[in-house]
Design a protein around this ligand. Structure first.
Ligand SMILES: Cc1ncc(COP(=O)(O)O)c(C=O)c1O
Length: 285
């Protein structure tokens, strides 16, 4: 963990950073967050992360008294204090207020940014990951907005318990129609006939920043890309499967529900996408 935390306007030592027990983020999960990764001192796709943050805030009518430029400056300073290669989490909550879910009770949002050193398990990329389909269905998107990166992660945590029980690395979640949505903390992709397929946002998922970049790279390397409806059997019969997020980049899946994916090794297209993605992170493009 980096030593310094940004909390409500101040950079403070991590062990001194504390928020109110009356914070509505804590009491009701009323808030939003972003997780990002800094490479060589620069946060990759920062403006895309900030765009999503402000979109989420707007949808929740969350007061954002900072400009994107001010937030970028805070993030940049934290990286310079904590180290060049960091996992960074920015959290904004409705703030402290009297008990009760009325958002008007909280005049001042809380902002917290912390970071930690990135630890990369290269084995995951060399040997591939194990994924499972979990029984916990993904939140119904029209009931609990899956497109907002909110503090309400209970659905994902229920799924994560299953992932742990199976001894897997990631779990894929279906919506109430049995369509594949996303991983517990990632987006999911598969390859069929040199075509990159991924569930469409209409299936109910968070549109990951990494997902957007991977789609762009896939086009660039000459793949067809389809955002579509996928079922469990599609992934089970895929040539390749992988999942993405800002921290883990592009992770090849070699075992799905205890059966090998393709030839049971990280796939050719997946590894190409990973390589190109890493090129982009270094070039910050
Ligand atoms: C539910 C969910 N979907 C997708 C993602 C991937 O998002 P990103 O690529 O922006 O990290 C995450 C990341 O934490 C997530 O929690």
């Amino acid at each position: 963990m980096g030593n310094t935390v940004y909390l409500n306007g101040k950079f403070v030592p991590a062990d001194e950073a504390a928020v109110s027990v009356f914070d509505h983020g804590l009491l009701y999960g009323d808030g939003i967050f972003e997780t990002m990764r800094a490479y060589n001192g620069k946060i990759f796709m920062l403006s895309e992360h900030l765009d999503r943050l402000y979109r989420s805030a707007k949808d929740l009518e969350l007061n954002m008294p900072w400009s994107p430029g001010e937030l970028a400056e805070v993030l940049g300073r934290l990286v310079s204090l904590n180290g060049d290669n960091q996992y960074i989490r920015l959290t904004i909550t409705r703030g402290p207020g009297p008990v009760g879910i009325d958002p008007r009770l909280c005049p001042e949002p809380t902002i917290v940014v912390f970071s930690k050193d990135i630890t990369i398990d290269e084995r995951l990329y060399r040997e591939g990951a194990r994924a499972v389909f979990v029984e916990t269905p993904r939140n119904l998107a029209m009931a609990v907005r899956t497109d907002i990166k909110s503090l309400n992660f209970l659905n994902n945590i229920l799924a994560k318990r299953e992932v742990i029980r199976y001894g897997a690395d990631e779990g894929f979640m279906l919506n109430y129609r049995g369509q594949v949505t996303e991983g517990t903390v990632s987006n999911v992709f598969m390859i069929r006939d040199n075509c990159v397929l991924t569930p469409s946002p209409a299936c109910g998922l968070l549109e990951g920043i990494t997902r957007v970049k991977v789609i762009e790279i896939a086009y660039r390397i000459g793949c067809q890309v389809e955002e579509t409806v996928l079922f469990r059997q599609d992934l089970e019969n895929a040539e390749e499967v992988f999942y993405t997020n800002s921290g883990s980049e592009v992770v090849p899946v070699v075992m799905l529900d205890n059966r090998p994916v393709g030839n049971g090794k990280p796939g050719r297209v997946t590894l190409k996408l990973l390589e190109r993605y890493r090129d982009c992170t270094l070039a910050q493009d």
